[in-house]
Design a protein around this ligand. Structure first.
Ligand SMILES: Cc1cc2nc3c(=O)[nH]c(=O)nc-3n(C[C@H](O)[C@H](O)[C@H](O)COP(=O)(O)OP(=O)(O)OC[C@H]3O[C@@H](n4cnc5c(N)ncnc54)[C@H](O)[C@@H]3O)c2cc1C
Length: 469
């Protein structure tokens, strides 16, 4: 296993010299908030040796040069809303490099429709700024009120609007990156097309802080759609609801969001919010958001959607109270945890047309393993979030059951042409299954890329995959 070194008092002083005395934390009570992210598994909680908060790319580069020279692991961190413990240290030890202080909007050109920002800007803040000038930043993770744009890029965050606008990777023109060896590199450009060498920005985005630290981002903006409508279609079965995933695109309808909630989830949310949800006695929901440039555009789409939903067996179709329906959808995680403590969270992704098959398979596997779960899907992009519930077994029994469930579930996901994570990433939690099910040749090349960027393997070691040394 790779040998790393620990911080010494002299190195702490050197770090203070780079970022300023008060921006290096070593006291335990200041380190505690950084020992975890939003994942639920306590076995991954880990205190860093120090937290370092640079203000600029130059300071970040100087920290990386020191870490590289001294073989100290560095874990980049945004807001810590990740669910896979990617922004938390592990047994390798080392420091957390927080991007909290790099939180400025550097440039906003509403006419040319782009924005240049630092990684520590909260996503909702830049969305609001774009909106104030009639523009849309289309990245939209549900954690937008608290997560950072740098974290979104590092995880290639998805979200509700990904069906129409794509994931974070699709919203970025260019990034500035501090490499593990402490160089400052520029990747990408504000270009409509380019064929000039490898598009390294595409690799850094989604690499979960293992290839470089993103210190600046140039974001694409689009005109804010003038008209938006949220339709709630209620179906007798999940299968009939999921038929929209293929029926809508085939009819030329491109929804902004297509979110599926089954009846069990609707009831759990209803109880948690203490608010009656429509048709909660028997319905399964598909929430369909449509947007367009004119009212007529949106009206035409509504008529077509209505016809398609009826043809697929919908019980009811109506324009939803947007606040109410999205509040219900976004309450899933809290509602599920309030009903029953959550033992594990899954983030499988399959081709959207395979979602129904996956759900049938998971039901079968869950029953065979004695595992109960609740799930909601970003159905339009085939991404299924499952909360696996605690069932009162002993800790060892529960761990064994979940392990068996996850293994069988992953086998099913990959057999259907899917992947283990659609948007949350691999982090520390999923790397064993990722190593087992990912194509070995692809995995070997990923490791070669990691080694090329990070010859001493000091940036976020033990995340995504283990490097054999
Ligand atoms: C309630 C809730 C809802 C969520 N909804 C969604 C959703 O809809 N879609 C979705 O995709 N995710 C969602 N997430 C997960 C999470 O919010 C996203 O992964 C988010 O992008 C993480 O951003 P962050 O700033 O919190 O990053 P962190 O958690 O701090 O870090 C995440 C990873 O990115 C790396 N990293 C962070 N900043 C940088 C940087 N500047 N340079 C290099 N690496 C960096 C870290 O090392 C780590 O591996 C949700 C989480 C919660 C708790």
């Amino acid at each position: 296993m790779k040998e790393y070194h620990h911080l010494t008092p002299a190195l702490v002083e050197e770090l203070k010299g780079i970022v300023g005395e008060k921006y290096v934390y070593t006291d335990k009570d200041k380190l505690i908030p950084y020992e975890k992210d939003e994942g639920v598994e306590r076995e991954y909680f880990h205190l860093p040796e120090a937290v370092v908060l640079p203000e600029t790319a130059e300071q970040t580069a100087a920290v990386m040069k020191l870490a590289n020279r001294e073989r100290i692991p560095v874990v980049p961190r945004g807001a810590g809303t990740g669910l896979e413990f990617g922004a938390v240290t592990n047994d390798f030890g080392g420091i957390i490099l927080s991007t909290e202080r790099m939180n400025r909007i550097l440039e906003f050109d509403a006419d040319k429709m782009y924005m240049v920002v630092e990684p520590g800007v909260i996503t909702a803040e830049l969305q609001a700024l774009a909106k104030s000038k009639g523009l849309l930043y289309a990245g939209d993770p549900c954690s937008g009120d608290s997560c950072f744009i740098g974290g979104n890029a590092a995880t290639n965050a998805g979200g509700n609007r990904a069906v129409k606008y794509g994931t974070t990777r699709d919203q970025i023109y260019a990034i500035e990156v501090v490499t593990p060896t402490g160089e400052i590199a520029q990747f990408g450009g504000r270009l409509k097309k380019v064929t000039a060498g490898y598009p390294l920005e595409k690799i850094i985005i989604g690499s979960e802080g293992t290839l470089g630290i993103i210190t600046k981002l140039t974001l694409k903006l689009v005109p804010l759609p003038k008209y938006t409508v949220d339709i709630l279609a209620v179906f007798p079965t999940v299968e009939s609801a999921l038929s929209l995933v293929t029926a809508l695109p085939k009819a030329g309808i491109e929804p902004t969001c297509l979110e599926c909630m089954d009846n069990a989830v609707i009831r759990v949310v209803e109880q948690y919010l203490d608010e009656k949800q429509p048709y909660s006695d028997k319905g399964n929901y598909m929430v369909i958001q449509l947007d367009g440039k004119s009212e007529d555009d949106v009206d035409d789409m509504c008529v077509a959607v209505d016809e398609i939903c009826r043809a697929q067996g919908a019980l009811e179709i109506f324009v939803a109270d947007a606040d109410k329906v999205w509040n219900a959808r976004k309450a899933f995680t809290e509602a599920s945890a309030a009903e029953c403590p959550v033992a594990a969270m899954e983030d499988f992704v399959v081709p959207p047309d395979m979602l129904e098959k996956l759900l049938i398979e998971l039901e079968r596997i869950g029953q065979a393993q004695g595992v109960k779960f609740r799930g909601v899907s970003h159905a339009g992009d085939g991404n299924l979030h499952l909360d696996v519930l605690r069932r009162g077994f002993t800790a060892d029994e529960e761990a064994a059951k979940i392990e068996a469930f996850e293994d069988a579930a992953c086998a099913a996901v990959y057999a259907l042409g899917g992947k283990i994570s659609g948007e949350h990433g691999i982090g520390q939690k999923r790397k064993a299954l990722f190593a087992k099910y990912e194509d070995p040749a692809a995995l070997a090349l990923m490791k070669a890329v990691k080694k090329a960027f990070d010859p001493n393997l000091i940036l976020n070691p033990g995340k995504v995959f283990d490097m054999e040394e």
